[in-house]
Design a protein around this ligand. Structure first.
Ligand SMILES: [Zn+2]
Ligand SMILES: [Zn+2]
Length: 380
């Protein structure tokens, strides 16, 4: 609860309140008129962050609706920010850059050669999204994705490892020199085309355990409903069988009634299955929460890629703050690991599946060069 208390105290002070910390888990607040109106508080309020309520205090907890009210106070502030992580002293390059590259890149159909290293700044865009998955239950969560806008690499892992550095309180606004060194950002279209598949994958992976649990409950209910209706239907069919040879009006009426019964059971079974389908249907929404333009010092490797007669220079950053190299850029496919295939025509670096054979005619082609198969024109 102490983090919540720190957050609330900080927020209220920024809104002009005078806050006094009372141990172990209270705050005494002198709120200005605007804040009193927004939160529905008296001028003097006594906030209590304990799990049990106490007389004369306002109980604040994660499960109460206070988070929403505080959220309304924050509104859109802090949704977009920029920050420079400024080390106190210059950070040394890796001692064995060839080895670093050897671990960062794997090119089964091309060769690479390190051309040079330079110390510079990278602009990494870190985006956070909230997803809400609703079925018979509800799950919410956050996913964060990051790109190095200079090299094009996906840097989710690097940014995750930078979190301790981000927790440092001193906040440096990026200097003009840093911004110039880091270069321009991406167009909206480029960002959208890179972001959507990545975000889709991240959200799917986050929702997967929830989805498994839903499937499990669905199967359990379906089996239960099937067993119940199957038993009723079997009993009716057996009864019909015994009536089959009987003669007379009475027997005929019984047969008719039992046939109706079987139809009614089957109808009810279908209705129950439809109910299940509706009950367990999953709807996922994803909403952008926050963006951080993070400027970090890097050692940039210029790497020459050679494939047959072609050559191409790419860049890959080594992040001294976490002593780690990025994965190489990936121009088609998500590029989850370090393996890249290089295409013949323009030496694109792609995921192995970015050079896979066409599903229709079997011709292999580069997904970064072509949006459709060059032989049969089937869209990929
Ligand atoms: Zn084809
Ligand atoms: Zn290509």
């Amino acid at each position: 609860m102490s983090e919540l208390r720190t957050f609330v105290a900080d927020l209220l002070e920024r809104r002009g309140a005078v806050v006094e910390w009372l141990e172990p888990d209270r705050l005494e607040v002198l709120a200005p008129a605007a804040l009193q109106r927004q939160l529905g508080w008296p001028e003097f309020a006594h906030l209590n962050f304990r799990t049990q309520r106490s007389e004369g205090t306002i109980a604040i907890g994660l499960e109460s609706d206070w988070l929403e009210r505080f959220g309304a106070l924050v509104a859109d502030q802090g949704r977009w920010s920029e920050r420079e992580l400024r080390p106190s002293a210059p950070l040394a390059p890796p001692s064995d850059p060839e080895r670093v590259l050897d671990r960062a890149i794997e090119l089964p159909n091309a060769a690479w050669r390190l051309q040079g290293i330079s110390a510079t700044w990278a602009r990494c865009l870190m985006l956070a999204f909230r997803f809400t998955a609703i079925s018979d239950e509800k799950r919410e969560g956050l996913v964060a994705v990051g790109f190095n806008l200079a090299t094009g690499a996906i840097v989710n892992d690097i940014l995750a490892r930078l979190r301790p550095a981000l927790a440092q309180p001193e906040w440096h606004v990026p200097s003009p020199a840093t911004k110039r060194a880091a270069g321009a950002g991406w167009s909206e279209a480029t960002l959208a085309s890179r972001l959507h598949p990545l975000l889709d994958r991240e959200v799917r992976e986050s929702v997967e355990p929830f989805l498994r649990a839903i499937r499990h409950r669905l199967e359990r209910d379906r089996n239960r409903i099937h067993a119940y209706h199957d038993e009723l239907r079997c009993a009716s069919l057996k009864h019909l069988e015994t009536l089959a040879l009987a003669e007379g009006e009475r027997a005929q009426a019984d047969r008719r009634r039992e046939t109706f019964r079987v139809e009614a059971i089957e109808r009810e079974y279908r209705v129950k299955l439809d109910d299940l389908r509706r009950n367990y249907a999953l709807r996922v929404t994803v909403e952008w929460v926050q963006a951080l333009d993070l400027y970090v010092p890097v050692h940039r490797f210029d790497v020459l890629i050679r494939r047959r007669k072609g050559e191409r220079l790419i860049q890959l950053d080594w992040h001294p703050l976490v002593k780690a190299a990025e994965s190489p850029l990936c121009e088609a496919g998500l590029g989850r690991d370090r393996v890249r295939l290089v295409c013949d025509d323009r030496l694109h670096l792609t995921d192995p599946c970015g050079q896979a054979p066409c599903v229709s005619c079997g011709k292999s082609f580069c997904r970064a060069c072509h949006t459709a198969c060059p032989r049969c024109q089937r869209a990929r």
